[in-house]
Design a protein around this ligand. Sequence first.
Ligand code: HPA
Length: 275
Amino acid sequence: MNLVYEKLMTCVKSVKEKVDFCPEVALILGSGLGDYADEIEIVQTVDYTEIEGFPTSTVAGHKGRFVFGYVDKTPVVIMQGRVHFYEGYPMSDVVLPTRLMGLLGAKKIVLTNAAGGVNFDFKPGDFMMLTDHITTGVPSALIGANLDELGVRFPDMSEVYSKRMQEIVRTTAKELGIDLKEGVYAQFTGPNYETPAEIRMARAWGADAVGMSTACEAMAARHMGMEICGISCITNLAAGMSKEELNHKEVQETADRVAKQFKALITGIITRLGE
Ligand code: HPA
């Protein structure tokens, strides 16, 4: 058997031994949203360290566990703390949790992150709904023998972020009085922030925001036929766009400042997805 698939199935089996719960929606929490999972109706949690073969996260401030429970009436699995490529894991490990949540039954996935604003119309604290992405800055998560059990060798990526879910996000944001931005997210490896030249390049490519996650997860989710939506919290202007140097503290502070609104948006979206 393919080693990547074998590892994935070991993790799925390990989780299924501990949890008997079928989620409808998967959610990956980005910076600032980490404690969202504490506020839902929790049925069960599984620490990543309890899962055989699971890549455990090393980022400070990221809790590493799956939370199973309900947002309103929607059964969810939440990834509290994601795995990043810059931690040194192969891409297949980075997307393993996404695939695992899909194999547990989640047909839809909500991806969230903190991102730098590349579009001159964005300001820190804005929310951007992903309409598309650029993964040219990172290796494809689908490199290697194709996992035929999950999807086809050459998957179509012409609508990664579902138009139906985009409409749900727009409606929910409007209802909450949020001035939702929309745009293209470009993923780079990190952990360093980009240079001003890289940001100019990203803008020329058509990116509106940049970050170090999400697009690879969306690609893996799309490969296995999940319905996807993505929302970025624009925590800073990208490199070269302001006089300030970039730092993680600023990213966290902005994310924390708008966390309440971000959480309301996520709750609204997931509630609608369960209807
Ligand atoms: N670049 C990359 N990742 C980020 C940024 C950024 O400016 N802000 C938050 N995550």
